[in-house]
Design a protein around this ligand. Structure first.
Ligand SMILES: [Zn+2]
Length: 110
């Protein structure tokens, strides 16, 4: 069950062509289907704790800091086109993997 949750969550998060409303709905269904505790920070769900105790974040994660920084370089290149804010890689206190964040939330540890 947990395995399915992880896979489905990844599938939903990766759907960039879907609307935010669709993602919200899909995530709600997923939460209802799987017994997972929601991790909430500042009123926003940031991740899920599964029965196994494993924590999954809703943010895209990388196994290593190198992988995260490699993705970061690509984002910085994209920035010229999309005018996105610069990002940095940081290790997540919840899932232990690496995420990217914008400079504006530099003090926010996750
Ligand atoms: Zn995380």
């Amino acid at each position: 069950m947990s395995k399915g949750f992880h896979r489905q969550l990844a599938r939903i998060v990766k759907c960039d062509d879907r609307s935010r409303a669709w993602k919200k709905r899909a995530l709600k269904h997923l939460e209802d289907d799987c017994v997972a505790e929601k991790r909430v920070k500042g009123g926003k769900a940031v991740g899920y704790e599964l029965e196994s105790g494993r924590v999954l974040c809703r943010k895209k994660s990388f196994k290593t800091k190198e992988a995260a920084e490699q993705a970061l370089e690509q984002i910085e290149l994209m920035q010229f086109v999309t005018d996105k804010k610069p990002c940095r890689a940081y290790q997540c206190g919840a899932c232990g993997k690496f995420h990217l964040t914008s400079w504006s939330s530099y003090s926010d540890r996750g």
